[in-house]
Design a protein around this ligand. Structure first.
Ligand code: NAP
Length: 283
């Protein structure tokens, strides 16, 4: 059985560790803070943990689960400690800025993105089964060793994920629509609600907010560092999707200003149908 290494013991790294350790793999974890390493051991996420990357010298497969901006620098620092056959993979929410550079530094690199998350971040909320029935995208290129791709794919399937293969640019454009745009749209909703000038109304609205608000505000209330990095590292695609979103909002405004109720209802009929195309398993 392979030795698994994980760098960045937070929500995603911790959840990968919990699942794979439960399956019997030996897990070596590295995180920035000693305190997090201790917590990871106490929570049963890893067998051994340290802030030193040298801990990973016997790892066969290493998941880099740091914030996006630290993925490439971590990979560079890892090189001196790696066994020559080690496979590296990452879990970053964007792929173009990672995959090209990473494969040049370490050809045995398989870009990845497990598409599961939670509102909170950090090791304390790592969860068994987080990736079950969720998409797991892999973005190998023509030079990635096939055997390594197969090994990472097999691990993703052990996490019970649904595995998809695509090009990094396809990934970044698709997730701009269904992951990165929703964060900004949902954050805008929360900000707009807070812009109500009558404080008594704001307070009442906060008390009346129920399942509709809970669903639509969830991703806007998530990890701010992650949201910033989605925008920073997938800037052009997220801008493209946000401009289109603004156009759609303008259309709603127009329909309502012009009391064009039939067109509005027609549009909502389409969105009601089309939502099912994105979430077929929920309908
Ligand atoms: P997170 O909960 O904040 O975990 C990241 C952890 O990495 C931190 O808790 C931090 O722990 C550690 N860390 C930070 N810098 C480090 C460094 N230079 N070296 C080693 N450890 C470092 O964030 P996350 O949500 O798990 O996200 C991690 C990655 O997963 C990101 O690349 C993100 O794009 C990707 N991702 C996130 C989601 C999501 O919805 N959350 C979904 C899919 C993929 P200490 O400082 O305490 O040691």
């Amino acid at each position: 059985m392979m030795n698994i290494g994980i760098v960045g013991l937070g929500l995603i790294g911790g959840s990968v560790g919990l699942d794979l350790r439960t399956l019997g793999y030996r897990i070596f974890g590295v995180s920035r803070r000693e305190q997090t390493c201790q917590k990871a051991i106490a929570l049963g996420v890893v067998d051994e943990a340290s802030p030193e990357l040298s801990l990973l010298s016997t790892a066969d497969l290493i998941f880099i689960c740091t914030p996006i901006c630290d993925i490439i620098p971590t990979l560079e620092k890892l090189i001196p400690f790696l066994s020559p056959s080690a496979i590296l993979t990452d879990v970053g929410s964007v792929k173009i800025p990672i995959v090209e550079e990473a494969s040049q530094i370490w050809p045995n690199f398989v870009g990845g993105h497990p598409m599961a998350g939670k509102t909170e971040s950090g090791i304390e909320i790592a969860q068994l089964g987080l990736f079950e029935d969720r998409p797991y995208v892999l973005t190998p290129n023509e030079n990635t060793p096939l055997e390594s791709v197969k090994k990472v794919e097999a691990i993703a399937r052990l996490l019970k994920s649904q595995v998809y293969f695509c090009e990094p640019y396809e990934h970044d454009r698709a997730v701009a629509w269904v992951s990165h745009l929703p964060v900004m749209a949902s954050a805008s909703l929360i900000a707009a609600c807070m812009s109500e000038s009558n404080l008594a109304i704001v307070k009442l609205a906060q008390e009346l907010a129920s399942s509709g608000f809970q669903d639509t505000s969830r991703v806007g209330g998530g990890n701010p560092e992650l949201g910033r990095m989605m925008a920073e590292y997938n800037r052009l695609e997220i801008l493209r999707s946000l401009h289109s979103f603004r156009d759609e909002i303008d259309k709603f405004i127009q329909h309502i200003e012009q009391k064009n109720w039939q067109s509005l209802e027609q549009k909502l009929k389409h969105t009601q149908q089309n939502r099912k195309l994105f979430l077929p398993h929920e309908n």
